[in-house]
Design a protein around this ligand. Structure first.
Ligand SMILES: [Zn+2]
Ligand SMILES: [Zn+2]
Length: 376
């Protein structure tokens, strides 16, 4: 049973009323923070494919719902036991974890055994909702934040304090796509200078990985995509070679030509099985392929067994394996040092234009849409 919401403030939020329906900007009520929660005035929020999967009804919670899970803003109110944050702090809201399961106990929070529920079930862990409209519950609690609104409520432990001289409107995407791509490279692959690197898919996740490969000194850095404008950006961000998958008849052969023996590292972000196979087949012996692309249940892929015998590693990674409280401030420092120029992949929209942002994201026109929130 969902507990009755306790609204305290009126906010503007983008509400989806039915499966695959449009985002409708409306006034809703946001609950009072519990002792361990904070309310954040959202300055801007990135939009990720996962938000659109939510809109399209891939997750179980009922509608109406508020999405958004890459929010950045200013702490507006804190619960009575919160000591890590004060009103006025700048924060990025990242993914939720339970803190009690075996994986959380081993500091592998991105694999929290209750993570999917906390991200997608539409309520807090106890079934209560964060929003209401005219006394009726509005679901969402998406990633325990629902950042497509002027204010968001989250647990203090999911809100990462960041330096105040960093432009907040650029920082939301660090909460998901940025740390996913960069963490996969810096935390999982840990390449050495001159190690070869290939990325499949030059979207927000792939380009974040590519920027991290460049920071690590990888060379060559190969970017594979089907859009010339994304490949041009990949080149600008550090790719030494670009391959258009549409026109190149033999992507694996091309990567072997560029790298000699195959690449030491490959990063798969497309979730297309045939592309995943290429990302594995382009590896040199003892090379590592990290899978970030999120495929639907039931998607299968095959490899030749002898190929994997030669020390090759294929592994899936969620949220870059990172602890956001440590990693996001590091990425912010890299942004401020102009080594992680995330602004080059961002296209800004007003909250009122959220449906256009979704459309341009799906069409590949906008690599990383970021919604600027109106003053409420
Ligand atoms: Zn857990
Ligand atoms: Zn995401």
């Amino acid at each position: 049973m969902a507990a009755e919401p306790e609204p305290i403030m009126q906010i503007k939020a983008a509400v989806v009323h039915e499966r695959s329906g449009p985002f409708v900007v409306d006034t809703v009520e946001l609950c009072e923070p519990r002792p361990d929660e904070v309310i954040v005035r959202v300055v801007a929020s990135g939009m990720c494919q996962t938000d659109l999967h939510g809109r399209d009804g891939y997750y179980p919670a009922p509608f109406p719902k508020v999405f958004g899970h890459e929010g950045a803003g200013v702490v507006h109110a804190v619960g009575s036991t919160v000591r890590s944050l004060v009103v006025g702090d700048h924060v990025v809201m990242s993914y939720p974890w339970c803190g009690d399961c075996d994986n959380c106990a081993q500091d592998r929070k991105s694999y929290c055994l209750h993570g999917s529920d906390l991200k997608h079930k539409g309520t807090r862990a106890d079934g209560s909702t964060l929003h209401a409209k005219d006394g009726a519950p509005v679901y969402g609690a998406f990633f325990q934040q629902s950042s497509f609104g002027t204010f968001a409520l989250t647990q203090a432990r999911y809100a990462v304090k960041v330096r105040k001289d960093a432009p907040l409107e650029l920082l939301g995407p660090l909460a998901c796509s940025g740390q996913t791509g960069a963490g996969a490279v810096l935390n999982v692959m840990k390449p050495k200078p001159r190690d070869s690197f290939a990325v499949f898919g030059a979207g927000a996740v792939g380009l974040s990985g590519l920027m991290a490969a460049k920071i690590s000194g990888c060379d060559p850095i190969v970017a594979v995509d089907i859009h010339d404008h994304r490949l041009a950006l990949a080149r600008e961000l550090g790719a030494t070679h670009i391959v258009n998958h549409r026109t190149c008849g033999d992507v694996v052969g091309e990567i072997r030509k560029i790298t000699g023996e195959g690449t030491r590292y490959s990063l798969e972000t497309t979730a297309v099985p045939a592309v995943f196979r290429e990302a594995v087949e382009c590896l040199m012996r003892a090379g590592t392929c990290v899978l970030l692309g999120s495929a639907r249940k039931g998607t299968e892929v095959s490899f030749e067994m002898p190929f994997l015998q030669h020390g090759r590693v294929v592994r899936g990674v969620v949220q870059g394996d990172v602890n956001p409280q440590e990693f996001i401030p590091q990425l912010v420092d890299l942004i401020m040092a102009r080594k992680f120029p995330i602004e080059k992949m961002i296209k800004f929209y007003g909250l009122a234009d959220i449906n256009l942002a979704a459309q341009e994201s799906s069409a590949g026109v906008a690599i990383k849409p970021v919604l600027r929130m109106p003053a409420s």
